[in-house]
Write a protein that binds this ligand. Structure first.
Ligand code: 13P
Ligand code: SF4
Length: 321
């Protein structure tokens, strides 16, 4: 993992800095682990010790014996790593790297939602704030949600928050009646069904694979639905050679690396924009990664009481996944 293309940065009058090698050097010096989500820039993915989906990264964070966790992902992911490692510094290159799902579910409103349905079990997608996690019964990720729901007694009603698309997909898959929070991902709801149908007509040999955060009409057309890791495994093991990828485009980097002879076509968004890139994930850049390791800041800080309350539903997820 240590041979990487070099990117340099200069400050006036100084020698250029080889950012990749500096990140690798500081990683060793700090005894840090660098965890990266599949939606990060490819140059960050290539420097990481582990690249994974939300569940895998939480598991890696829980198991690490590194002294420092550097999290190349979004805020709720780094916060989860901190909840699992309250004594370790968790660095995030940009503290403003948020998530539309987390933003769309403020804790006071979620608290009211729970109070209105006191007999429901609250299963909450990991894409939420620590406050919302602390108000939930069980946390889940897209790769673990179905398994977790199937362990809840059938007579127990479920509140699923904050992604209505993932919730609707799970309700259909498990046959459960679930009350859904009205939230969505700005990236996954942007794909144009019309343009995807056009692509399928142009490439009849391509399989359409989609993340369950996509809207139902797109999921109904998909040949395979799964978390980022499940999508990656699918293209690696499938005998097919061509795929239309309906999730954030960052995942294509690992697909190309592990299946270089296959063709990956990014699903197009509605408008002529780059909105199949998550603007929150892309706030982390190689330069900010370098700076956060050099300055050991920004760092995730949380009240011990909040960590304690948010840990229980995360631990339940780990046990039930
Ligand atoms: P997974 O990597 O767990 O599939 O989640 C996708 C996502 O949108 C993360 O924010
Ligand atoms: Fe949140 Fe969507 Fe970005 Fe994932 S891709 S971090 S769900 S806004």
């Amino acid at each position: 993992m240590n041979t990487v293309a070099t990117h340099t940065a200069t400050t006036r009058g100084e020698m250029p800095i080889d950012l990749e090698n500096e990140v690798l050097r500081m990683k060793k010096e700090m005894n840090a682990v660098l965890l990266a989500h599949y939606y990060q820039e490819s140059e960050i993915q290539d420097l990481a010790d582990y690249v994974g989906d939300s569940l895998e990264l939480a598991r890696r964070a829980a198991a690490t014996n590194a002294d420092v966790i550097v999290f190349a992902g979004v805020h709720f992911m780094a916060e989860t790593a901190k909840i699992l490692n309250p004594k370790k510094p968790v660095l995030l290159p940009d503290l403003e790297a948020g998530c539309s799902l987390a933003e769309g579910c403020p804790a006071p409103d979620f608290k009211k939602f729970r109070e209105m349905h006191p007999n429901h079990t609250a299963i909450t997608y990991i894409n939420c704030s620590a406050e919302v996690k602390a108000l939930s019964d069980i946390i889940c990720t897209s790769s673990s949600a179905e398994k977790i729901i199937n362990q809840i007694p059938r007579e127990t009603p479920i509140l699923f928050s904050p992604d209505k698309n993932l919730g609707a997909y799970l309700a259909k898959k498990t046959g459960r009646d679930m009350l859904l929070w009205n939230g969505s991902c700005i990236v996954h709801e942007t794909f144009s069904e019309k343009k995807i149908i056009g692509l399928q007509m142009e490439h009849p040999d391509a399989k359409l694979i989609a993340h369950p955060e996509c809207e139902a009409p797109l999921l109904d057309r998909a040949d395979f639905i799964g978390s980022t890791s499940a999508l990656l495994k699918y293209v690696q093991s499938s005998p097919e050679k061509k795929f239309i990828i309906a999730t954030e485009v960052g995942i294509i980097h690992q697909m190309q690396k592990s299946a270089p002879n296959k063709v990956f076509i990014p699903a197009p968004p509605d408008a002529n924009c780059a909105c199949n890139e998550c603007p929150h994930m892309k706030r982390n850049t190689l330069e900010k990664l370098y700076l956060c390791m050099k300055n050991r800041s920004p760092e995730i800080t949380m009240e011990p009481e909040l960590i304690r309350r948010a840990l229980t539903p995360i631990q339940k997820m780990m046990e039930m996944s």
